[in-house]
Design a protein around this ligand. Structure first.
Ligand SMILES: Cc1cc2nc3c(=O)[nH]c(=O)nc-3n(C[C@H](O)[C@H](O)[C@H](O)COP(=O)(O)OP(=O)(O)OC[C@H]3O[C@@H](n4cnc5c(N)ncnc54)[C@H](O)[C@@H]3O)c2cc1C
Length: 439
């Protein structure tokens, strides 16, 4: 019987684009006969408890788009819904697979999954090749001179910049080699509904913020009513833009913007070297804080009814759009952990469920920063005053009015806690917990 010819697979994951895709570039250039694959991973989807989760819709649309583009080139995208191990087991029964290519993912679940798949396929004689694509520098590439990881941002950032000057970002024009895809008839694709989700049509930010916005980034980034930030976070999360292209633009257009992109890699590096931060404070003494965890107050925070306008506006923006401005993320997180003394993990989980750009490393880093428990965090005694922050960054109340229609009327509640008293309480509780641990 005639043996089917060998095909090589490129597995798309958090790199949903055909251009400047490192793994895809190497697969096409060095192997050819590439059959692209995407898996709606049930291990991830089953953990989402909201069938209207817009992130699934975002991925779905991007996958459909990739498939259409690939079909224009007489290839296709195999799209499966299932556990990756089962999918690869089926694939290796249906095709003679030579090499599996994919770009590395650094989150704890992805690392375990990829190890399992690699082990399984290697056992079947399939070669597995992986590449760096999601970051400029992987966690082990920027280390202190003693070989240990950085735990403070500024020296990490300086070293990162030095390395960038030495190596550049790299350039992987996968789009030039697409004719080396395997020819294949169009494949089917499960519908959103079949996977248990429904479209919500929230609208997603553009992947091409204009150059002038980025050039003026340092001037307007802190004002939540303005379009002062890139809104690229969801695109970095799912790889619908290339980090290399954006780092090059940032380096040419705006240093402050580049620094923010480095924060993203800093937190990825922290999560890699210190995976315990997923459940615990980076600084163990902060695990001793006796959180009040008042459920009624937590609910008011979640719904945006605390009577602190900037906090409420942020929380309502999150519910309505899946996005919250960075300064407001810092204020809402500080409010929850310090003024309400609610465990940062509660807030982290709420953000994880609602942010379109949810990224374990940045979210955990942001929350531990706000709680004071993180590696390079706000000092525990620094407590944002949300009223002063509003005066400074939303002086015309434009942002709060946009998200709180009843702002300034009798229907808007008074403050859930008295700022001065809550601040004193936080300082006392933190001071005592940290002193007990030391003592
Ligand atoms: C409590 C809290 C939780 C957060 N959770 C997340 C999260 O789940 N996912 C996420 O991507 N960011 C998170 N951030 C960081 C930041 O708020 C968002 O990246 C930013 O608001 C996204 O909007 P933008 O794309 O317009 O950012 P811009 O200001 O245009 O920044 C450009 C890019 O730089 C990166 N970046 C910017 N600020 C940070 C930062 N502080 N830490 C890490 N990366 C940064 C992002 O990739 C962002 O898209 C969190 C911050 C806090 C304080």
């Amino acid at each position: 019987m005639e043996q089917p010819s060998v095909i090589n697979i490129f597995w798309f994951r958090r790199d949903l684009r055909l251009f400047d895709n490192h793994g895809l570039f190497r697969a096409l250039k060095e192997a050819g006969n590439i059959l692209p694959l995407f898996i709606f991973d049930t291990n991830i989807l089953k953990r989402l408890d909201n069938f209207r989760d817009a992130r699934v819709e975002f991925i779905y649309r991007e996958v459909e788009h990739l498939k259409r583009e690939l079909e224009k080139m007489h290839s296709t995208l195999l799209v499966y819904y299932g556990e990756p191990e089962d999918v690869f087991s089926k694939l290796s029964d249906s095709y003679r697979v030579g090499v599996l290519f994919f770009n590395r993912d650094y989150e704890p679940y992805a690392r375990k999954r990829d190890e399992k798949i690699s082990f399984f396929l290697k056992g079947k004689g399939v070669q597995v090749r992986t590449f760096k694509d999601q970051v400029i520098f992987e966690p082990g590439e920027i280390l202190k001179t003693d070989g240990k990881p950085y735990v403070v941002y500024t020296p990490y950032m300086r070293k990162w910049m030095e390395r960038l000057a030495e190596t550049g970002t790299g350039n992987y024009p996968s789009e030039k080699y697409l004719k080396r895809l395997a020819s294949h008839r169009p494949a089917g694709m499960p519908s959103l509904r079949e996977m248990g989700f429904t479209a919500v049509s929230l609208g997603f930010p553009s992947r091409e913020p204009c150059e002038s916005l980025i050039r003026q980034y340092h001037l307007y980034r802190d004002y939540p009513a303005m379009e002062g930030t890139s809104r690229l976070s969801i695109h970095f999360r799912f790889g619908t833009v290339s980090i290399r292209q954006w780092v090059e633009r940032a380096a040419a257009w705006n240093g402050k913007f580049l620094e923010e992109l480095i924060w993203r890699e800093f937190y990825q590096m922290i999560l890699w070297h210190f995976p315990g931060v997923v459940d615990h404070a980076f600084r163990p003494e902060y695990d001793m804080i006796p959180w009040r965890n008042d459920e009624r107050e937590f609910d008011a925070w979640c719904r945006g009814t605390t009577g602190y306008p900037l906090v409420d506006a942020g929380m309502r923006q999150l519910l309505a759009t899946g996005f919250m401005h960075n300064r407001v993320r810092m204020i809402t997180a500080g409010f929850l952990t310090k003024l309400l003394l609610i465990d940062w993990r509660w807030g982290e989980a709420w953000f994880a469920g609602h942010l379109l750009d949810y990224e374990l490393s940045s979210n955990n880093g942001g929350w531990q920063w706000a709680a004071g428990s993180g590696c390079d965090a706000a000092p525990w005694f620094r407590i944002f005053n949300p009223f002063l922050q509003q005066k400074k960054f939303d002086s015309g109340n434009e942002y709060v009015k946009k998200w709180i229609p009843e702002f300034g009327t009798e229907s808007y509640p008074g403050p859930l806690v008295d700022y001065r008293k809550a601040r004193e309480r936080a300082i006392q509780v933190y001071r005592q917990a940290l002193a007990e641990r030391k003592g």
